[in-house]
Design a protein around this ligand. Structure first.
Ligand SMILES: Cc1cc2nc3c(=O)[nH]c(=O)nc-3n(C[C@H](O)[C@H](O)[C@H](O)COP(=O)(O)OP(=O)(O)OC[C@H]3O[C@@H](n4cnc5c(N)ncnc54)[C@H](O)[C@@H]3O)c2cc1C
Length: 405
């Protein structure tokens, strides 16, 4: 049996999130956040009160115990409201990396960060990328050396979302370091994940990057200079860090798809309103086929991608709840979501801005915030486009066709 309907509970949840967003996350407030380059604490508190922060973490650990389909609904609604996508980034990074941290961490880390982050009183992000490259996760050079019941972490992570938010709220990042030399031909082995508290001695946060979009959430670098962490901060088994990181990326990429869908939907609606009102040559421009056909194409593609996102969310839920589908089968679909939705959302913003003529090029029009924000996921935050293609091709053709070791 195939049933494409959301449950009544999910519909009510969507309504509640939309209602909150329509008051607290208006386009005017989004513009203000974009200018001030900060997400106000009240917004973070509001997200926590709605039960959105770390919502897929089990209730007994402080989350809402929600499934991934429901988390996608939240991401879509937040993207619809905040088209700059700064608030959705905070939501999705914390949800994806809070989940994987909670799943494998010790009770100490759960107490110190997971429960607090779910209440909006701490931040949790991901610090994987290094200056030498982000896509080749197996090439990470930061190290973790065992010292009795402690680990000494050294290295530098860069382009890390939420460095300022972690400084402000407390918390830190899920991080990945090399803890043993890799066996030949298996560079992804020998890496271990840790929770890196932002205020641990030896952690230094670098200057915030000046980025082009999603201005209200920070991106910076983190230096680890002989950071001495008790073994209790290790996440998962020694040497398994790469796999945990891939699990986090998968969940983040799914939520990115839903976020970009929501933003694209909003852009299309703003565009429809505009083309009904704006007149040229005696008619609303929405009467002209040149505009109508573009609208119809964008709408059709949006609906096709919405089906892909929610089908993939359903597969992810089936995987976690019932052990259906192999994790890599789900990964293939998630990579398809990451590959297709951000560029499509970017295209919607671009086309609708064209419908708006000169007004679309001003900051009185909200759309430019969307174009700038969506570009972050198009360019490669949480995984570059070609990496998604490599994952999909690997799953379609088999590992023998991976072009490198
Ligand atoms: C706004 C923003 C926020 C970010 N936040 C975080 C964060 O919170 N935590 C974190 O760890 N990282 C973060 N990143 C980093 C992000 O994960 C990396 O940018 C991403 O993994 C790509 O790495 P790179 O930028 O080093 O590009 P590279 O890996 O150098 O890739 C450059 C280009 O080469 C292509 N390419 C690479 N390898 C291949 C190949 N084998 N075949 C074909 N093409 C290839 C890629 O598709 C890309 O187009 C963020 C990035 C941005 C832009």
């Amino acid at each position: 049996m195939v049933d494409f309907a959301f449950t009544e509970e999910q519909e009510l949840f969507r309504k509640a999130v939309r209602e909150w967003c329509s008051k607290e996350l208006t386009l005017e407030k989004v513009r203000e956040m974009d200018i001030k380059a900060e997400i106000p604490r009240e917004i973070i508190k509001g997200l926590a009160d709605l039960g959105l922060l770390l919502m897929t973490v089990p209730e007994e650990h402080g989350g809402a115990g929600a499934d991934w389909t429901t988390a996608c609904i939240a991401a879509e609604e937040l993207g619809y409201a905040d088209i700059s996508i700064a608030v959705p980034v905070l939501f999705l990074v914390e949800t994806a990396w809070g989940f994987v941290t909670d799943k494998y961490c010790t009770e100490k880390v759960r107490e110190e960060v997971i429960r607090k982050a779910a209440r909006g009183e701490a931040f949790i992000g991901i610090a994987s990328t290094e200056a030498g490259g982000g896509s080749d996760v197996a090439a990470i050079r930061s190290t973790g050396t065992k010292d009795g019941d402690y680990w000494i972490l050294n290295g530098e992570k860069t382009y890390i979302s939420g460095t300022e938010e972690a400084k402000k709220l407390g918390g830190g990042h899920f991080t990945l370091v090399r803890t043993s030399p890799p066996p030949p031909g298996a560079a992804h082995r020998g890496m271990t994940a840790f929770f890196l508290p932002i205020y641990a001695p030896g952690v230094e946060v670098g200057k915030r990057f000046e980025e082009m979009g999603r201005m209200a959430i920070s991106t910076g670098s983190i230096v680890m200079d002989n950071v001495r962490l008790p073994d209790a901060y290790r996440i998962g088994e020694e040497g398994r860090g790469f796999y945990l990181t891939m699990e986090g990326f998968d969940n983040a990429r799914l939520l990115i798809g839903a976020t970009c869908l929501g933003a694209a939907q909003r852009a299309l609606e703003l565009g429809m309103q505009y083309i009904k009102e704006r007149k040229a040559f005696g008619n609303p421009i929405g009467k002209y086929e040149g505009i109508q056909f573009d609208l119809a194409d964008l709408w059709a593609e949006l609906e096709a991608l919405r089906s892909l996102v929610y089908r993939t969310a359903w597969m992810n839920d089936q995987k976690y709840k019932h052990g259906r589908f192999t994790p890599l089968e789900v990964t293939k679909y998630i990579s398809a979501v990451k590959l297709k939705v951000p560029p499509f959302a970017f295209k919607v913003f671009e086309h609708v801005m064209l419908w708006m003529g000169a007004w679309g090029y001003t900051k009185d029009c909200p759309l430019e915030m969307g174009l700038r924000g969506i570009m972050s996921y198009y360019i490669g935050a949480e995984g570059a486009m070609n990496i998604q293609r490599i994952i999909i091709a690997r799953e379609l053709l088999g590992r023998d066709y991976i072009p490198y070791k």
